[in-house]
Design a protein around this ligand. Structure first.
Ligand SMILES: NC(=[NH2+])NCCC[C@H](N)C(=O)O
Length: 563
C-alpha cells in the first residue's frame, strides 16, 4: 500500500459516505513544507454537505481518525496534515525494493499493444536531430509502457516514398556519380538534393520532371524502382550504424513505400462513404474547422504523405489491434496529425480516439535553427563519436585504471546525449551543447550514472548482500534518508505519470532528484560506520541504486557499475 492509499483509507473510515475513496485520493496534496507533514487533506469540499466551516471539519477529522500507521495526524486550519510513521514506511519501502529488485514498480502484463511510430528518418537525407529526438523519446516510451504492462510495437515509418524521390532521380540522372554515392551515400545524395532544389527554384521544368519520375515510381517503372531501391539500401546501411550506436531496435521497418499497394483501399472506402470531393483537379476530403482540406490525391494521380498515413493507421489497427497508437513526431507536423485523426473519424473509425500525436520541440545549435535543405545540420554519427571521446577524456582524468574503459565511455557519451534530450519536457526545444551534456556536474546523465556507480562502490566495500537484511526492521528517521524514502516510494506514480502524459522527462527529472538526494545523504552520513543503523543505511543505498538503474534503463541509458 502506498502513502496515498494509507491516508485515503484512514480518511474513508471517518468520512463514511461523504466522499468516495477515489475522490479523497484526488483531493490529497503534498505540502510544500515538510513541517506540514507528508500529505494533506483540504476540508473545503466538505463544507457544503456537512454545513460546517472547513477549519471545524479538519479539527473533527483529526480528533476522530485512527492514527495507526502514522507518526501523527494534526489539523492546521482547514487542512488535516498526515505525518507518516518514518520507520514503518522506511522498512516497508526498502523491503519491497530489496525483494523485488529492478522489478519494483513493474505492473502485470495487460496483453494490450501500443503502436509507437518513432524515428522515421527520410531515405537519402541525413538522420537529423529531430529523428534522434523521435528515436530516443519513442524508445523510452516503449520501455515505460512495457513497465506498466503493455506490449510496445516500435515502428520505423521510413520516409522512403514521395515526390522527393522524383527530385533525386532527376538530380542523379543529371549529375550523379555512382562511385561517389557508393562511397558516401547520404552526404552525396544530400548534395544532389540540395543542388536540384536550388535549380528548381529558378527552373520550373525540374519540378515537372520530378513529378513525372515519382509517378513512374508509383506505377512500378523498372528504372525508377531500381534507383529508388539502391538509394534506400545505401541509406539504411548508414541508419543501421546509428541505431547500433544508440542501442535501439525496431519491431517493424515498414516505411511509407510499404503502403503503396494499400492506398487504393483507402480511396475506395473514402469514396464509398462519399467523403471525396474534387478541388482544382485534386481529390480531397473536406474537413470542418480546418483551414485546408486533406489532400488525398494530386491532379496527376500521385498520392501524398497523408494518404500513406491513412493506409498505415488502418494497417496498424488490423495488424496490432492497438490499445493506443502513438506518433512521436516533431511539433511542426501537428496539423498533419490533426487532419489524419479527423479523416479517420469521418471514416467512422472510433479508434481514431486512440491515436496520439506525441510532438516535441526543435533543437537549435548556438541558438540557430537547423535546416537540411540549406545544408545546416548536426551530423549525428560524428557527434556521437565526439560525445564518447569527451566521456573517455573525463574518465581518463578521474579514474585512469578503470576496467572496460571504452565500454563505459560509450555508455556515458551516448547516454549523455539521450538523457539531455529526455530531461527536457518534450515540447521544449533545447540548444545542442555537447560539453554541457557530457558534464559530470549539473542535471546530466553522467551525474546520475556517477551517483549510481558511487552506490555500487559503497556496496562492494561493505560486501552488502540484500538477502542478509531481508525481513529486518530498516528504520531510518533522519531528514536526508526520509527524502530518499519518499522518492523511492513515489517511483510507481512517476512512471504512471510519464506514461499518461507521454513524458519521459518525468522519469529523467525524478532520477536527477533521487541522485541529488542521495549525494546529499552521502555528504551528511557515514554510511559504512559500524552501528545499529548500518544495515538500514546500506539497504537505502542499495534500493536507491536499483531505482536509479531502473530509471536510466527506462530512458534507454546504461548504468555502469564503475566509472
Ligand atoms: N507516420 C508518420 N508520419 N511518421 C513520421 C514520419 C516523419 C517523416 N519521415 C519526417 O522525417 O518528417
Amino acid at each position: 500500500m502506498n502513502d496515498k492509499q494509507l491516508v485515503s483509507q484512514a480518511l474513508a473510515a471517518v468520512l463514511g459516505d461523504a466522499l468516495s475513496n477515489e475522490a479523497i485520493s484526488n483531493l490529497l496534496e503534498t505540502p510544500k513544507k515538510s513541517e506540514m507533514g507528508d500529505l494533506a487533506f483540504p476540508a473545503f469540499s466538505l463544507a457544503k454537505s456537512l454545513r460546517k466551516a472547513p477549519n471545524m471539519i479538519a479539527a473533527d477529522i483529526a480528533e476522530k481518525i485512527s492514527s495507526e500507521g502514522f507518526e501523527k495526524i494534526v489539523a492546521t486550519g482547514p487542512y488535516v496534515n498526515f505525518f507518516l510513521d518514518k520507520s514503518a514506511t522506511a522498512t516497508a519501502v526498502l523491503s519491497e525494493i530489496l525483494s523485488e529488485g529492478t522489478a519494483y514498480a513493474t505492473l502485470d502484463q495487460t496483453g494490450d499493444n501500443v503502436a509507437i511510430d518513432m524515428s522515421s528518418p527520410n531515405i537519402a537525407k541525413p538522420f537529423s536531430i529531430g529523428h534522434l529526438r523521435s528515436t530516443v523519446i519513442g524508445d523510452a516510451l516503449a520501455k515505460i509502457y512495457q513497465k506498466i504492462g503493455y506490449n510496445p510495437v516500435k515502428i520505423n515509418h521510413l520516409g522512403d516514398w514521395g515526390k522527393q524521390f522524383g527530385m533525386l532521380i532527376v538530380a542523379y540522372k543529371k549529375y550523379g556519380n555512382e562511385a561517389a554515392i557508393r562511397q558516401n551515400p547520404i552526404s552525396e545524395l544530400l548534395k544532389l538534393y540540395v543542388q536540384i532544389n536550388a535549380e528548381a527554384a529558378d527552373d520550373p521544368t525540374v519540378d515537372v520532371e520530378a513529378r513525372d519520375w515519382f509517378l513512374k515510381l508509383e506505377n512500378g517503372d523498372a528504372e525508377a524502382l531500381a534507383l529508388w531501391q539502391w538509394f534506400r539500401d545505401e541509406s539504411l546501411v548508414e541508419f543501421d550504424r546509428i541505431y547500433t550506436e544508440l542501442g535501439v531496435e525496431f519491431d517493424s521497418m515498414n516505411g511509407e513505400a510499404f503502403y503503396n499497394d494499400k492506398m487504393d483501399e483507402i480511396i475506395d472506402i473514402l469514396s464509398e462513404k462519399g467523403l471525396l470531393t474534387e478541388s482544382e483537379g485534386a481529390t480531397v476530403v473536406e474537413l470542418e474547422g480546418f483551414e485546408n482540406p486533406a489532400l488525398i490525391k494530386k491532379s496527376d494521380g500521385a498520392t501524398l504523405y497523408i494518404t500513406r498515413d491513412l493506409a498505415a493507421a488502418l494497417y496498424r489497427k488490423r495488424t496490432y489491434k492497438f490499445a493506443k497508437s502513438l506518433y512521436v513526431v516533431g511539433q511542426e507536423q501537428s496539423g498533419h496529425f490533426k487532419q489524419l485523426k479527423a479523416v479517420l473519424k469521418k471514416m467512422d473509425y472510433d479508434w481514431a480516439d486512440d491515436i496520439y500525436h506525441v510532438p516535441f520541440g526543435l533543437v537549435t545549435k548556438e541558438g540557430k535553427k537547423l535546416s537540411t535543405r540549406k545544408g545546416n545540420v548536426i551530423l549525428l554519427e560524428p557527434t556521437l563519436h565526439e560525445a564518447v571521446k569527451r566521456a573517455q577524456a573525463q574518465i581518463d582524468a578521474k579514474n585512469p585504471d578503470l576496467p572496460n574503459k571504452a565500454a563505459v565511455a560509450h555508455a556515458v557519451g551516448v547516454g549523455a546525449i539521450k538523457f539531455y534530450d529526455l530531461k527536457n519536457e518534450r515540447l521544449n526545444g533545447y540548444d545542442f551543447n555537447l560539453e554541457e551534456m557530457v558534464s559530470f556536474e549539473g542535471e546530466t546523465g553522467p551525474y546520475v550514472q556517477y551517483a549510481h556507480a558511487r552506490i555500487q562502490s559503497i556496496l562492494r566495500k561493505a560486501n552488502f548482500q540484500p538477502d542478509a537484511v531481508a525481513g529486518k526492521t530498516l528504520a531510518l528517521t533522519d531528514d536526508e534518508s526520509w527524502e530518499i524514502i519518499k522518492l523511492l516510494q513515489a517511483f510507481p506514480d512517476v512512471i504512471a505519470r510519464a506514461a499518461r502524459t507521454f513524458e519521459p522527462s518525468a522519469i529523467a527529472k525524478y532520477a536527477i532528484n533521487l541522485a541529488q538526494a542521495f549525494n546529499k545523504y552521502y555528504a551528511h552520513t557515514r554510511i559504512l560506520d559500524e552501528n545499529a543503523e548500518k544495515d538500514a543505511r546500506l539497504a537505502l543505498a542499495y534500493a536507491t541504486g536499483i531505482v536509479l538503474r531502473e530509471s536510466l534503463r527506462l530512458l534507454g541509458v546504461d548504468a555502469p557499475e564503475e566509472m
